[in-house]
Design a protein around this ligand. Structure first.
Ligand code: UDP
Length: 323
């Protein structure tokens, strides 16, 4: 069992991955600057409040804690914000990642799993999307992920930094028994917004019903955050066992429309979702579904919680505990 540093471990996917690593028996230290994460998502004593851009501090931490591998989540994730302030995304997500990689190289830590995104594909030509679909992001957030993947490929080749970027599709769900779930501020994601509409009675907006899809609403690949966390555990173990660098999609391979999600939320909560129909949101492709065969074949990963009602009921259990 290994000592693993999780950057951004106070955030949504980071906190679930920290939990999954501990369940597997790994020892974890979390580095988070708490700018967008939650202190209470990290067990007492495990959190180091440090920014990934603080290379020297990070190098010291890696050495002192005898870290063997890093899972790197710390980043900004709001697409809209990235179009308002692209520089923020290049500074925090790209320069921050480079500073972290420099600290890792200085400390001799040469294994990293990185939170990349399906946003790197932009509007894909092929759906389900295979990993060799060219990178063609349509916003600075997606570009920031591509830029880090590019750095990782060169650092792998010339510095022996073995790395796996995981390209997430739509992370959702929760681990309510562990008190973990989705808490973005402001929240922009579909399932928490629908649950909030159920709780408050204030309508949410569906962004467009005139897409070229069977019911006119967008199709996405909703992946339970705990299945996503399991993928990180498998990948970091693969690297620790001497495995090679590679890039993988993490999605279920099944798409659900916004209307199907709405139906699932109504089934699970037993209440109507107050909503209005709005125009399309800029930059939303009609359909994004992962070809997830590569990760299944290479590392034997299979999503255990792919059922939409299961995802929604976990998110609902968490949302009820947090109001
Ligand atoms: N969506 C919506 N209303 C909202 C938020 C999202 O209709 O208030 C739709 C959005 O257009 C997309 C899907 O829900 O088709 C998932 O959006 P989300 O922001 O959760 O994730 P994304 O696909 O942008 O990563």
């Amino acid at each position: 069992m290994a000592k693993i540093l999780v950057t951004g471990g106070a955030g949504y996917i980071g906190s679930h991955t920290r939990y999954a690593l501990e369940k597997r028996g790994h020892s974890v230290v979390v580095a988070d600057n708490l700018s967008r994460g939650y202190k209470d998502a990290v067990p007492a004593g495990m959190l180091r409040v440090i920014d990934i851009s603080e290379t020297e501090k990070m190098e010291r931490l890696l050495r002192e804690e005898a870290v063997e591998a890093v899972i790197h989540f710390a980043a900004y994730i709001a697409v809209g914000e990235s179009t308002e302030k692209p520089e923020l995304y290049f500074s925090n997500n790209v320069s921050g990642s480079l500073a972290l990689f420099e600290a890792m190289l200085a400390a001799g830590v040469k294994r990293v799993v990185f939170s990349s995104s399906a946003a790197s594909y932009g509007i894909p030509k092929k759906v389900p999307i295979p990993e060799d679909e060219p990178a063609a992001p349509i916003n600075p957030y997606g570009e920031s992920k591509v830029m880090v993947e590019v750095m990782m490929r060169w650092l792998d080749k010339y510095r022996g930094l073995r790395g796996i970027p995981l390209r997430y599709f739509n992370a959702c769900g929760a681990e309510p028994a562990a008190g973990l779930g989705e808490r973005h501020d402001p929240e922009t994601h579909l399932i928490p917004l629908m649950l909030r509409a159920v709780q408050t009675g204030k309508p949410m907006t569906i962004f467009g019903d005139d897409y070229p899809t069977p019911d006119g609403t967008c199709i996405r690949d909703y992946i339970h955050v705990s299945d996503l966390a399991d993928a990180h555990v498998l990948c970091v173990e693969h690297l620790l066992n001497g495995g090679a660098s590679d890039a993988f999609n993490v999605g279920t391979g099944d798409g659900h429309s916004v209307r199907e999600v709405l139906d699932a939320v109504e089934r699970v909560t037993g209440k109507p979702v107050p909503h209005t129909m709005g125009p399309r949101r800029e930059g939303d492709p009609p359909s994004l579904v992962a070809d997830s065969q590569k990760l299944r074949r290479a590392l034997g990963w299979t999503p255990q919680r792919a059922d939409l009602d299961r995802i929604v009921s976990d998110a609902w259990a968490f949302a009820q505990g947090h109001r």
